[in-house]
Design a protein around this ligand. Structure first.
Ligand SMILES: [Zn+2]
Length: 282
């Protein structure tokens, strides 16, 4: 019998409970979400603009907040998987990728799968925010953030080298975070209906963290790195390189992924056969 993993929970933005069932698929089929058996490939071409999360769409079907699950799959080296979801959003769970990793660890190699190499620097930037892919002998990721008005966060830089530390302990436990005085603003726009102190760290300008303790002193930067991995997972596998981001977000991350996808010589074939087939219908 085929082994399956099922997790259920509330979506951060919709506030709806959905059930996600994962099943491994044949090598080369890629990562594909399904709504009622209709595929939505986890691919850069399926990205739809959205605030505060990464959304994939194909035809009338959408799935929001895919990034933490995709980060877990990339970080563990699980490249071929069918992901059935019963609603429009992937559950936030505890705000990190840890609950996924606990279920999925036995399926993967524990490391992102590398195919191809970055041969020249490629970057996308907006003001002082950027994300770049640089040539490197080793696969590694670096993320910097700066919140001068929130002293509890401040300036943080983190680097993850998959060869040296497993995703499961270095990145997966880092939870999403929010700024206390922006919560009302996002809620007024119909977002973060499922957010709570149980599934997101919340930081206040004066009072600092409202729901400590943190899992890492630099948990916010590690979570941003987790988000970057989830968005780079839209390439399937990764070309070897140094992925470096500063004050970026999902839009810049997915723009870099799209740029990498189109650059001949920087990305080799990505083992997304089935995803490509379904993309032809876009
Ligand atoms: Zn996130």
């Amino acid at each position: 019998m085929t082994e399956r993993v099922t997790l259920a929970g509330v979506g951060l933005h919709t506030g709806q409970t959905t059930v996600v069932t994962l099943e491994r698929t044949a090598p080369g089929t890629g990562r594909v979400f399904y709504r009622d058996n209709r595929p939505i490939p986890a691919h850069v071409h399926a990205v739809q603009p959205s605030a505060l999360c990464t959304t994939l769409a194909q035809g009338p079907d959408k799935v929001h907040t895919v990034e933490h699950l995709l980060a877990a799959l990339l970080g563990l080296g699980i490249d071929d998987v069918a992901i059935q979801v019963t609603g429009d959003e992937i559950p936030l769970l505890d705000g990190s990728a840890q609950p996924w990793v606990e279920q999925l660890q036995r399926w993967g190699t524990g490391q992102p799968t590398v195919e191809g190499v970055i041969t020249e620097p490629i970057q996308v930037a907006e003001g002082d925010r950027f994300v770049a892919a640089l040539p490197s002998q080793q696969l590694l990721f670096t993320y910097g953030i700066d919140f001068p008005d929130y002293p509890a966060i401040g300036r943080q830089w983190v680097t993850w080298v998959p060869d040296q530390e497993p995703f499961a302990t270095a990145v997966a436990p880092a939870r999403t975070f929010g700024l206390a005085d922006q919560i009302a603003h996002w809620q007024a726009q119909g977002l973060i209906r499922g957010g709570s102190l149980a599934n997101a760290l919340v930081c206040d300008r004066e009072r600092g963290w409202l729901n400590p303790p943190l899992r890492f002193p630099d948990e916010p930067a590690r979570h941003k790195l987790l988000d970057l991995l989830g968005d780079l997972a839209l390439l399937g596998t990764l070309p070897r390189g140094h992925y470096l981001a500063y004050k970026a977000g999902h839009r810049l991350h997915t723009q870099l992924a799209a740029r990498l996808w189109t650059r001949v010589g920087t990305c080799s074939t990505m083992g997304l056969g089935a995803a490509h087939q379904s993309l032809n219908m876009l």
